[in-house]
Write a protein that binds this ligand. Sequence first.
Ligand code: ATP
Ligand code: MG
Length: 155
Amino acid sequence: DRVPLYVLAENCVDMLQLHAEKHQVTLDMEGEPCNILGNKEMIEETLYNLCDNAIRYNNPGGTVHVTVRPQGDKVLLKVADTGIGIPKEHQKRIFERFYRVDKSRSKATGGTGLGLAIVKHIVTQHGAELNLESEPGKGTTITILFENAEKSVTM
Ligand code: ATP
Ligand code: MG
């Protein structure tokens, strides 16, 4: 289906701005309104899981920056936070089911370790590209490149 990623991102950020009192959540949309090819519920779930992590593993007063913009023939979704980051040795494994970096911290912050496994599954289903950049103490950026509904030849 044709999914208006920019609308879903706007809804997600609006909701977070209401609930995340300790963090600043911003949305950046450049270029034309971006529509992608995919499943609406799955894309919503992806946005929610990424933003949930970006807030949960952030510092008080930290920021979450969501970007939606065209990139080449694709559409880029980026969720960047200024949180605790993920040490290099864990970066490969956090997309595995139930994998969590810090078990004791995780107990305090809740969660099951499924969020990113679900994200990875959805990204694979959509033939999209997933990328992680993270530095402990500085923050984490996750980007996904989706098929642009406007540029796709499969429709
Ligand atoms: P849930 O199932 O509720 O999402 P979870 O957040 O622990 O639980 P994932 O979303 O799969 O599970 O994340 C796996 C682990 O990766 C987290 O426990 C955390 O240690 C680490 N992680 C994920 N996102 C971030 C982030 N933005 N910053 C720092 N660490 C992160
Ligand atoms: Mg999570």
